[in-house]
Design a protein around this ligand. Sequence first.
Ligand code: MG
Ligand code: MG
Length: 259
Amino acid sequence: MAIPIKSARDAEHMRQSCRAVAEILEHLKAFVQPGVTTREVDLLAGRLIAERGGKSPFLNYKGFPGHICISVNEEVVHGIGGSRRIQFGDIVTVDCGIILNGWVGDGATTIPVGEVRPDIMRLLDATQEALAAGIAQARPGKRVGHISNAIERCVHKYGYAIVKDFVGHGVGRRLHEEPHIPNYGRPSDGPELKPGMTLAIEPMVNMGRPEVRLLADNWTAVTLDGKPSAHFEHTVLVTEGEPEILTCLTTTESKLKEP
Ligand code: MG
Ligand code: MG
Protein backbone atom coordinates (compact mmCIF):
# COMPACT_ATOMS: atom_id res chain seq x y z
CA MET A 1 0.00 0.00 0.00
CA ALA A 2 1.24 3.46 -0.83
CA ILE A 3 2.15 5.34 2.31
CA PRO A 4 -0.09 8.43 2.57
CA ILE A 5 1.76 11.73 2.43
CA LYS A 6 2.07 13.07 5.96
CA SER A 7 4.20 16.22 5.74
CA ALA A 8 3.40 19.52 4.03
CA ARG A 9 6.85 19.41 2.43
CA ASP A 10 6.19 16.07 0.75
CA ALA A 11 2.78 17.27 -0.41
CA GLU A 12 4.42 20.35 -1.95
CA HIS A 13 6.95 18.17 -3.79
CA MET A 14 4.13 16.05 -5.13
CA ARG A 15 2.28 19.20 -6.27
CA GLN A 16 5.42 20.39 -8.07
CA SER A 17 5.87 17.10 -9.93
CA CYS A 18 2.23 17.03 -10.96
CA ARG A 19 2.18 20.68 -12.02
CA ALA A 20 5.24 19.97 -14.20
CA VAL A 21 3.30 17.14 -15.87
CA ALA A 22 0.38 19.51 -16.54
CA GLU A 23 2.73 22.13 -18.03
CA ILE A 24 4.40 19.59 -20.29
CA LEU A 25 1.02 18.26 -21.46
CA GLU A 26 0.03 21.85 -22.37
CA HIS A 27 3.16 22.21 -24.51
CA LEU A 28 2.54 18.85 -26.17
CA LYS A 29 -1.11 19.73 -26.91
CA ALA A 30 0.07 22.76 -28.88
CA PHE A 31 2.77 20.76 -30.67
CA VAL A 32 0.56 17.85 -31.76
CA GLN A 33 -0.38 18.93 -35.30
CA PRO A 34 -0.92 17.23 -38.67
CA GLY A 35 2.42 16.19 -40.20
CA VAL A 36 4.30 15.85 -36.91
CA THR A 37 5.62 12.36 -36.15
CA THR A 38 4.97 10.71 -32.83
CA ARG A 39 8.75 10.46 -32.34
CA GLU A 40 9.01 14.26 -32.54
CA VAL A 41 6.38 14.54 -29.82
CA ASP A 42 8.30 12.05 -27.67
CA LEU A 43 11.60 13.92 -28.14
CA LEU A 44 10.00 17.25 -27.24
CA ALA A 45 8.55 15.66 -24.09
CA GLY A 46 12.03 14.35 -23.21
CA ARG A 47 13.47 17.88 -23.54
CA LEU A 48 10.67 19.46 -21.49
CA ILE A 49 11.17 16.89 -18.72
CA ALA A 50 14.95 17.46 -18.70
CA GLU A 51 14.56 21.28 -18.70
CA ARG A 52 12.69 20.96 -15.41
CA GLY A 53 15.46 18.88 -13.90
CA GLY A 54 13.29 15.78 -13.97
CA LYS A 55 13.40 12.28 -15.36
CA SER A 56 10.80 10.27 -17.20
CA PRO A 57 9.49 7.42 -15.05
CA PHE A 58 8.44 5.62 -18.26
CA LEU A 59 11.83 5.60 -20.00
CA ASN A 60 13.43 2.17 -19.46
CA TYR A 61 10.49 1.06 -17.27
CA LYS A 62 10.63 -2.70 -17.94
CA GLY A 63 12.54 -1.67 -21.07
CA PHE A 64 10.03 0.90 -22.40
CA PRO A 65 11.94 2.94 -25.01
CA GLY A 66 10.06 6.29 -24.93
CA HIS A 67 9.90 9.35 -22.67
CA ILE A 68 6.10 9.31 -22.85
CA CYS A 69 3.42 6.96 -24.15
CA ILE A 70 1.80 8.25 -27.32
CA SER A 71 -1.18 6.38 -28.72
CA VAL A 72 -3.11 7.33 -31.88
CA ASN A 73 -6.78 6.51 -32.68
CA GLU A 74 -7.21 2.73 -32.18
CA GLU A 75 -4.11 2.61 -29.97
CA VAL A 76 -5.32 2.43 -26.37
CA VAL A 77 -2.20 2.93 -24.26
CA HIS A 78 1.59 2.43 -24.19
CA GLY A 79 2.26 3.50 -27.77
CA ILE A 80 5.90 4.28 -28.59
CA GLY A 81 6.89 7.42 -30.49
CA GLY A 82 7.98 6.52 -34.03
CA SER A 83 7.59 7.40 -37.69
CA ARG A 84 3.77 7.56 -37.67
CA ARG A 85 2.67 11.00 -38.89
CA ILE A 86 -0.23 12.58 -37.09
CA GLN A 87 -3.12 13.39 -39.44
CA PHE A 88 -5.98 15.86 -39.45
CA GLY A 89 -8.91 14.18 -37.66
CA ASP A 90 -6.75 11.90 -35.48
CA ILE A 91 -7.01 11.63 -31.73
CA VAL A 92 -3.64 11.42 -29.96
CA THR A 93 -3.30 10.25 -26.37
CA VAL A 94 -0.23 11.55 -24.59
CA ASP A 95 0.56 9.94 -21.24
CA CYS A 96 3.31 11.81 -19.41
CA GLY A 97 5.08 11.35 -16.12
CA ILE A 98 7.97 13.02 -14.34
CA ILE A 99 10.20 12.21 -11.38
CA LEU A 100 11.19 15.45 -9.58
CA ASN A 101 12.82 15.53 -6.14
CA GLY A 102 11.99 11.85 -5.78
CA TRP A 103 8.25 12.29 -6.37
CA VAL A 104 6.31 11.10 -9.39
CA GLY A 105 3.47 12.86 -11.20
CA ASP A 106 1.36 11.06 -13.81
CA GLY A 107 -1.21 12.45 -16.22
CA ALA A 108 -2.70 11.77 -19.63
CA THR A 109 -4.94 13.48 -22.14
CA THR A 110 -6.43 12.61 -25.51
CA ILE A 111 -5.91 15.44 -27.99
CA PRO A 112 -8.24 15.96 -30.97
CA VAL A 113 -6.24 17.05 -34.03
CA GLY A 114 -8.09 19.54 -36.21
CA GLU A 115 -11.69 18.66 -36.83
CA VAL A 116 -12.53 15.30 -35.32
CA ARG A 117 -15.67 13.29 -36.14
CA PRO A 118 -18.53 14.21 -33.77
CA ASP A 119 -18.95 10.60 -32.59
CA ILE A 120 -15.27 10.53 -31.62
CA MET A 121 -15.56 13.89 -29.81
CA ARG A 122 -18.44 12.36 -27.85
CA LEU A 123 -16.12 9.50 -26.81
CA LEU A 124 -13.57 12.04 -25.55
CA ASP A 125 -16.22 14.00 -23.65
CA ALA A 126 -17.61 10.84 -22.06
CA THR A 127 -14.14 9.72 -20.92
CA GLN A 128 -13.44 13.11 -19.33
CA GLU A 129 -16.81 13.01 -17.62
CA ALA A 130 -16.02 9.50 -16.31
CA LEU A 131 -12.69 10.77 -14.94
CA ALA A 132 -14.45 13.65 -13.16
CA ALA A 133 -17.04 11.24 -11.74
CA GLY A 134 -14.25 9.01 -10.42
CA ILE A 135 -12.32 11.93 -8.90
CA ALA A 136 -15.49 13.13 -7.12
CA GLN A 137 -15.42 9.88 -5.11
CA ALA A 138 -11.82 10.31 -3.92
CA ARG A 139 -12.72 11.23 -0.35
CA PRO A 140 -11.86 9.74 3.03
CA GLY A 141 -14.26 7.03 4.14
CA LYS A 142 -14.98 5.98 0.55
CA ARG A 143 -13.32 2.96 -1.01
CA VAL A 144 -11.36 2.54 -4.21
CA GLY A 145 -14.47 0.75 -5.45
CA HIS A 146 -16.49 3.97 -5.23
CA ILE A 147 -14.12 5.52 -7.79
CA SER A 148 -14.25 2.40 -9.98
CA ASN A 149 -18.02 2.15 -9.84
CA ALA A 150 -18.61 5.83 -10.64
CA ILE A 151 -16.37 5.57 -13.71
CA GLU A 152 -18.07 2.37 -14.88
CA ARG A 153 -21.57 3.79 -14.53
CA CYS A 154 -20.66 6.95 -16.44
CA VAL A 155 -19.06 5.01 -19.33
CA HIS A 156 -22.00 2.61 -19.60
CA LYS A 157 -24.45 5.52 -19.60
CA TYR A 158 -22.85 6.52 -22.92
CA GLY A 159 -22.85 2.94 -24.25
CA TYR A 160 -19.06 2.69 -24.48
CA ALA A 161 -16.76 -0.09 -23.26
CA ILE A 162 -14.25 0.00 -20.41
CA VAL A 163 -10.78 -1.38 -20.99
CA LYS A 164 -10.19 -3.87 -18.17
CA ASP A 165 -6.63 -4.87 -19.04
CA PHE A 166 -5.14 -1.70 -17.52
CA VAL A 167 -6.00 0.14 -14.32
CA GLY A 168 -5.28 3.30 -12.37
CA HIS A 169 -2.92 3.15 -9.40
CA GLY A 170 -1.41 4.76 -6.38
CA VAL A 171 1.50 7.06 -7.26
CA GLY A 172 4.04 8.94 -5.18
CA ARG A 173 7.57 7.79 -4.48
CA ARG A 174 7.11 5.34 -7.31
CA LEU A 175 5.10 5.39 -10.54
CA HIS A 176 2.99 2.36 -9.68
CA GLU A 177 1.98 1.83 -6.08
CA GLU A 178 -0.92 0.11 -4.40
CA PRO A 179 -3.85 0.31 -4.61
CA HIS A 180 -4.91 -0.79 -8.08
CA ILE A 181 -7.80 1.37 -9.27
CA PRO A 182 -9.86 -0.55 -11.83
CA ASN A 183 -12.29 1.43 -13.97
CA TYR A 184 -15.11 -0.96 -13.06
CA GLY A 185 -16.34 -2.72 -9.94
CA ARG A 186 -18.53 -2.46 -6.86
CA PRO A 187 -18.39 0.36 -4.30
CA SER A 188 -17.42 -2.17 -1.62
CA ASP A 189 -14.28 -3.21 -3.55
CA GLY A 190 -10.73 -2.31 -2.56
CA PRO A 191 -9.22 -0.47 0.39
CA GLU A 192 -10.66 2.56 2.15
CA LEU A 193 -9.35 5.95 1.07
CA LYS A 194 -7.34 8.00 3.55
CA PRO A 195 -6.17 11.63 3.55
CA GLY A 196 -2.69 11.93 2.06
CA MET A 197 -3.16 9.18 -0.53
CA THR A 198 -2.18 10.19 -4.05
CA LEU A 199 -4.02 8.33 -6.78
CA ALA A 200 -3.61 8.19 -10.56
CA ILE A 201 -7.18 7.84 -11.80
CA GLU A 202 -7.31 6.98 -15.49
CA PRO A 203 -10.30 5.64 -17.42
CA MET A 204 -9.48 4.06 -20.79
CA VAL A 205 -12.64 3.89 -22.87
CA ASN A 206 -13.30 2.16 -26.21
CA MET A 207 -15.94 3.24 -28.67
CA GLY A 208 -16.61 -0.36 -29.70
CA ARG A 209 -15.65 -3.62 -28.04
CA PRO A 210 -13.62 -3.66 -24.78
CA GLU A 211 -10.98 -6.16 -25.96
CA VAL A 212 -7.44 -5.08 -26.71
CA ARG A 213 -4.41 -6.80 -28.23
CA LEU A 214 -0.70 -6.05 -28.14
CA LEU A 215 1.23 -5.10 -31.27
CA ALA A 216 4.48 -6.87 -32.18
CA ASP A 217 6.47 -4.24 -30.24
CA ASN A 218 4.99 -5.90 -27.11
CA TRP A 219 3.95 -2.51 -25.72
CA THR A 220 1.32 -0.83 -27.87
CA ALA A 221 -2.19 -1.95 -26.91
CA VAL A 222 -4.76 -1.47 -29.67
CA THR A 223 -8.48 -2.14 -29.79
CA LEU A 224 -9.27 -5.56 -31.21
CA ASP A 225 -12.00 -4.10 -33.42
CA GLY A 226 -9.85 -1.19 -34.64
CA LYS A 227 -12.26 1.43 -33.31
CA PRO A 228 -10.97 4.50 -31.44
CA SER A 229 -10.10 4.64 -27.74
CA ALA A 230 -9.72 7.58 -25.34
CA HIS A 231 -7.74 8.00 -22.12
CA PHE A 232 -7.67 10.81 -19.57
CA GLU A 233 -5.69 10.70 -16.33
CA HIS A 234 -5.15 12.93 -13.30
CA THR A 235 -3.08 12.45 -10.18
CA VAL A 236 -5.36 13.32 -7.26
CA LEU A 237 -4.62 13.97 -3.57
CA VAL A 238 -7.17 12.66 -1.07
CA THR A 239 -7.65 15.36 1.59
CA GLU A 240 -9.86 15.66 4.66
CA GLY A 241 -12.45 17.27 2.38
CA GLU A 242 -12.61 17.85 -1.38
CA PRO A 243 -10.18 15.92 -3.58
CA GLU A 244 -7.31 18.05 -4.91
CA ILE A 245 -6.45 17.51 -8.58
CA LEU A 246 -2.65 17.81 -8.70
CA THR A 247 -1.98 17.50 -12.44
CA CYS A 248 -3.29 20.94 -13.34
CA LEU A 249 -1.85 24.39 -13.88
CA THR A 250 -3.70 26.54 -11.34
CA THR A 251 -5.32 26.16 -7.95
CA THR A 252 -8.67 26.98 -9.58
CA GLU A 253 -8.31 23.98 -11.88
CA SER A 254 -7.33 21.79 -8.94
CA LYS A 255 -10.87 21.93 -7.59
CA LEU A 256 -13.39 19.46 -8.81
CA LYS A 257 -16.12 20.93 -10.99
CA GLU A 258 -19.46 19.42 -10.05
CA PRO A 259 -21.13 18.06 -13.19
MG1 MG B 1 -0.06 7.94 -16.99
MG1 MG C 1 -0.96 6.11 -14.63
